[in-house]
Design a protein around this ligand. Sequence first.
Ligand SMILES: [Zn+2]
Length: 237
Amino acid sequence: MASSRKKSPRITVTCAQEGCGKTQALRPSRLARCDGYVCGPAHGPEVPPGPGLVRELVMGAAGGFWGWRDVPADGELRTTAQRAHRLGLFALAQAVPAGQVEELVHGLVGPCGPGSRSILTVNEMSTGVGVDETGCLEIELPNVAAALRFMLDQGHTAGVLLRTFTDRTAYTTETGYPIPVKELRGWALRGGRLLPLTAAEVVDAHCTEAETGEPLPPERGVTYRDAWEVTCPAPPT
Ligand SMILES: [Zn+2]
């Protein structure tokens, strides 16, 4: 019997490198949302990431294409010790049931609506998270989401940021590549709860150099928004 499922439309991604012109067609659900896409790592963006940000390269973000996105940096957290801590956290988080992880991610990104794409950042860890057209969650790196749920249940303290891509263009790179505007919302993870932060609170926390307390310029291409209430079921006792 023939499938009644509609054939999903395909989108075409073009390499951001000026003069390259290579394209990649793929289903929208296969796209890990990034700031831009290139045919290979040699065709990366020429502009450096903004202050306080590091650039992540995502292999296979759009079929055979690579993606890049700029996420918050924390020099101190990128030490070997912190990496080991993160790996330990991932190992512990493996025990968290997938349903509990999805429940939490749904609370965070559900209000973004169907078809939305966001980047969820927990301390120094990031993952793409999306809601497809039917309302189903897409979690690019489930171990990052599981780590967040584990930290919530264990009463850890952390900063949680959600950057949601919009269809608006923030600015165009020197090579003519449009960088999308992202809406940024933040929560404080504390005492087994996710406390929504106002836009002003996020600007305050985000635009201050962690070590020196010096002000940083606001992140380029970002609109700060008030976060919503995320209802979390009580942690298991
Ligand atoms: Zn290229």
